[in-house]
Ligand binder design. Sequence first.
Ligand SMILES: *[C@@H]1O[C@H](CO)[C@@H](O)[C@H](O)[C@H]1NC(C)=O
Ligand SMILES: *[C@@H]1O[C@H](CO)[C@@H](O)[C@H](O)[C@H]1NC(C)=O
Ligand SMILES: *[C@@H]1O[C@H](CO)[C@@H](O)[C@H](O)[C@H]1NC(C)=O
Ligand SMILES: *[C@@H]1O[C@H](CO)[C@@H](O)[C@H](O)[C@H]1NC(C)=O
Ligand SMILES: *[C@@H]1O[C@H](CO)[C@@H](O)[C@H](O)[C@H]1NC(C)=O
Length: 346
Amino acid sequence: MLSSPLLLSLTLFLSLPFLLLLSPHLLSSPDADDLTLFRRAAAAAAPRRRTAAPKIAFLFLTNSNLTFSPLWAKFFLPSHSHLFNIYIHADPSQPFSRPPPSLFPPSHFVPSKPTARASPTLISAARRLLAAALLHDPLNHYFALLSQHCIPLHSLLFTHSYLFKTHPSNYLNFNKTHSSNLIFKTHSSNLSFIEILSQEPSLPTRYAARGPMLPEVPFSSFRVGSQFFILTRRHARLVVRDTRLWNKFRLPCLTPEPCYPEEHYFPTLLSMLDPDGCTGFTLTRVNWTGCWDGHPHLYTAPEISPELIRRLRQSNSSYVYLFARKFAPECLLPLMEIADDVIFRN
Ligand SMILES: *[C@@H]1O[C@H](CO)[C@@H](O)[C@H](O)[C@H]1NC(C)=O
Ligand SMILES: *[C@@H]1O[C@H](CO)[C@@H](O)[C@H](O)[C@H]1NC(C)=O
Ligand SMILES: *[C@@H]1O[C@H](CO)[C@@H](O)[C@H](O)[C@H]1NC(C)=O
Ligand SMILES: *[C@@H]1O[C@H](CO)[C@@H](O)[C@H](O)[C@H]1NC(C)=O
Ligand SMILES: *[C@@H]1O[C@H](CO)[C@@H](O)[C@H](O)[C@H]1NC(C)=O
């Protein structure tokens, strides 16, 4: 007579072929490739011991031309290539002219899917970028999400030293030019820079527009913040590993307005899982003065000046801004004119 544990094992063993038969079916669901990617990335190796400088993964989320690629090319100097990696998610449904391969080689482009406002597709795209960067290089320690409308406000060396707390004296001649503008807070390179707001007046209507969130996300846990953040590797893994909140946020919104799931998913998830690991502050400056339609102030060419760059860098907190948005394509020329002398001057 068979003992019951043996019977159980036998049953499991016999059902294996059926599971295998089923799995191609499971894999053919539209998100199956994403799920596989996220699972692999959640298990991606972390650096065993720090044998080289930690890197910043720059994640570009774009649905049109990367107009500012010549400016970014001055930021991403080949001589500093040991300090960064670049990943681009380009909406394949949009007309898009790729930047010259000398600026952004095809290998920077990650497998991408269409994105649209008022839908969870921007969250999926950000998760794809995080996953690709986690898998690609164990030295990626910070993950900075940017769009085609973002510009750098400092050089890469400054940005890297700032995030990794390298001593300010490492910024060659830094004191001379900027000392009055900047206050260095001794922050830990273990913190994510993500805006997390709980008191916004629009929060109740946004919660209602999102659709059913209970029981995973009660209103008291619902947060809003900028879509553009810099996450630590630990938090990037938390994000790609998450299925609990994602299963709620991936559902369509109840009403298209005011529905911006990507402004809620990341701040809500991280404030629920690790509030102390976040500064609650984004390092990407955006100007909402006088805006009401969900679009921030779009800077145009006549507004570009050294003075504007200096103003955009300053914040009311003890952090400085490293990036800014949102800039019209016509700003490229005036920005290039002040790139060497103002933006990237250390
Ligand atoms: C993208 O670039 C192409 C080629 O330079 C240009 O024809 C097109 O108008 C640009 N698209 C946008 C949205 O600016
Ligand atoms: C910057 O100033 C600090 C103190 O004010 C000084 O210790 C440091 O050496 C200066 N760095 C440079 C590069 O001049
Ligand atoms: C970062 O924070 C986590 C949790 O708060 C901790 O386990 C880890 O040791 C910290 N790492 C460093 C380098 O401080
Ligand atoms: C923000 O935008 C407003 C116009 O909406 C403009 O008047 C103001 O100068 C901008 N602020 C900065 C710091 O650029
Ligand atoms: C800083 O605070 C002042 C006064 O409250 C405000 O006008 C300004 O917009 C704030 N700047 C930033 C970058 O938040």
